[in-house]
Design a protein around this ligand. Structure first.
Ligand code: CMP
Length: 138
């Protein structure tokens, strides 16, 4: 069983789409093993997205991710990382396939509704960044 981190971003929370996203996760057979709603501090957001710190969009991304509450989840299942990425769709909603979360609920390449880990290494870092072992129910 693999674990991955999922974030429902501020745009998606504001849009009233938490339930829709969670339904899609569960309908596709991934198990939510940890969940919490938080407002990220700038420090927390910067630490989470440190791999992007030199990108031109970094400042804007941090402002976006701290503009309101987010829902953090750890998902578990066989090939959870790639399965969650498929459910999300491409980073840019304009390029995402029909039926994906980003296609139906994302606004643009930044305000793209959800996040998912992109590799086993980042999944480990990201799940541990937000959840202690006591908060994960497997
Ligand atoms: P996410 O999957 O959370 O990983 C990094 C985030 O940076 C991404 O989703 C988008 O929210 C944002 N992002 C990626 N590329 C760009 C870009 N070219 N311009 C603005 N934001 C971007």
């Amino acid at each position: 069983m693999e674990k991955t981190l999922a974030i429902i971003k501020p745009d998606c929370v504001k849009g009233g789409n938490i339930g829709k996203v969670i339904s899609m996760i569960e309908e596709k057979g991934l198990k939510i093993v940890a969940v919490k709603m938080v407002e990220l501090s700038r420090k927390e957001a910067e630490g989470f997205y440190y791999v992007h710190k030199d990108k031109p969009f970094f400042e804007s991304l941090i402002s976006f991710m701290t503009e309101g509450p987010v829902v953090l989840m750890a998902l578990s299942g066989e090939n959870a990382i790639s399965r969650w990425r498929e459910i999300m769709g491409a980073t840019d909603p304009a390029k995402a396939e029909d039926g994906t979360i980003r296609k139906s609920m994302g606004t643009n390449i930044e305000r793209n509704c959800v996040h998912g880990s992109d590799s086993p290494e980042s999944a480990k870092f990201e799940v541990n960044y937000f959840f202690s072992s006591l908060e994960i129910f497997e």
